[in-house]
Design a protein around this ligand. Structure first.
Ligand SMILES: NC(=O)c1ccc[n+]([C@@H]2O[C@H](COP(=O)([O-])OP(=O)(O)OC[C@H]3O[C@@H](n4cnc5c(N)ncnc54)[C@H](OP(=O)(O)O)[C@@H]3O)[C@@H](O)[C@H]2O)c1
Length: 334
């Protein structure tokens, strides 16, 4: 069996380009006892993958040049010699499956999903890692109370759009920032946030945030960092909680970012700033699946997907994350 895969050709310097990626092919070995052969159907496209392209270990190992890029995917089992899986089963893989047409697994990290319960792509979005990041980050570290103001940056993205809606369900006042009028319209009209601004327009992020948050900010869910973080520090109420999920604004910078230069607010306002990585939150997984499935079934969670077709389009989809091309979850359909 031949498998086609996306790999790094070279490590990006600054903003990645299509030349940093190559599409390669390899022969998969014969299936051994206790293994499954999986054909991928959907691939997740995630900003955190940029960090793994740097060639340095962080909380996770770097990608290797010439090897398949690891990442979330949903696939179908074509053959199985594993007691837990049957051919025809649909499975989600958190990492090892990755950006490849087919792979062999010993079953570790694979989870069978029920395609009659939800469309398969949802297990990479609202019901998958991104939905779980929103749920665990907001609940555990944001600890929002009814009536509080929750500010979300990157609000029309995969994680951000879920945070906005969960905060709304929890009876918070939700303020959202995103990078286009189309995204702002979706946030206001469909996701029913209370206020939203386009950070690429208007006077400044600080002024827009102050206008949208007359009662200050009690929880800031940060997907962006930089000027958004600076503005949230200025607008924060005493004892506000900052959920540090990501800082996409700086993922492609070639020099250290300039700010924020107002960190003294952390002291005077007694802020609680919590970084988190979803890999540590597995104790909330069962509760998340139960709760999110219920909200979806009740029609209380809306979602959008930006879908590119074919393995070859994965690099383009990845670059699109940094151009704001996606609304909701960025996916590749195989
Ligand atoms: N801590 C964790 O465990 C964890 C897990 C998953 C994701 N994350 C982080 O969560 C964040 C969101 O991830 P996601 O998967 O939901 O991605 P996403 O928000 O669906 O996609 C990226 C979005 O970021 C925005 N963006 C890109 N460059 C930007 C810039 N320079 N300034 C401001 N906004 C920019 C774009 O929207 P606009 O049009 O609005 O600019 C783009 O659509 C990322 O920072 C990611 O690294 C963390």
């Amino acid at each position: 069996m031949q498998s086609r895969y996306v790999s790094l050709a070279t490590r990006p310097q600054g903003m990645p380009t299509l030349e940093n990626f190559s599409i390669l092919e390899r022969e998969l070995p014969v299936l051994e006892e206790g293994q499954v052969l999986v054909q991928n159907l959907w691939m997740s496209v995630d900003p955190y993958m940029r960090g793994r392209m740097e060639g340095i270990s962080t909380y996770i190992e770097p990608f290797q040049i010439g090897e398949p890029l690891e990442g979330g995917c949903v696939g179908e089992i074509l053959k199985s010699t594993h007691p837990k899986f049957r051919s025809g089963d649909k499975v989600v893989s958190g990492m090892e499956g990755g950006w490849q047409s087919h792979y062999i697994s010993n079953g570790k990290g694979l989870m069978t999903v029920d395609e009659s319960a939800a469309p398969l792509s949802l297990f990479l979005g609202p019901l998958g890692m991104t939905g779980f990041t929103a749920y665990a980050g907001l609940q555990r570290y944001g600890q929002p109370k009814p009536g509080e103001t929750v500010f979300v940056s990157g609000a029309a993205g995969a994680v951000g759009s879920m945070v906005c809606q969960i905060a709304g369900i929890l009876d918070c006042r939700v303020v959202a920032s995103a990078g286009s009028e189309e995204k702002i319209k979706w946030l206001l009209d469909d996701l029913k946030v209370d206020a939203a601004f386009n950070y690429r327009e208007g006077e400044s992020i600080g002024k827009e945030l102050a206008r949208c948050c007359p009662q200050g900010v009690d929880v800031y869910f940060d997907n962006v960092g930089g000027e958004h973080l600076q503005a949230a520090l200025n607008q924060a109420n005493n004892f506000a909680r900052f959920v540090m999920c990501g800082m996409i604004e700086q993922y492609n910078l070639e020099e250290s970012p300039a700010g924020p230069n107002n960190l003294i607010n952390i002291v005077g306002k007694r802020l609680k700033i919590s970084g988190f990585v979803i890999l540590d939150e597995s104790d909330l997984q069962a509760e998340f699946v139960r709760q999110m499935s219920q909200w979806l079934a009740q029609g209380r969670i809306h979602y959008k997907e930006t879908i590119l077709e074919g393995l070859e389009s994965a690099p383009e989809a990845f670059l699109g994350l940094f151009q704001g091309r996606n609304i909701g979850k960025m996916l590749v359909k195989l």
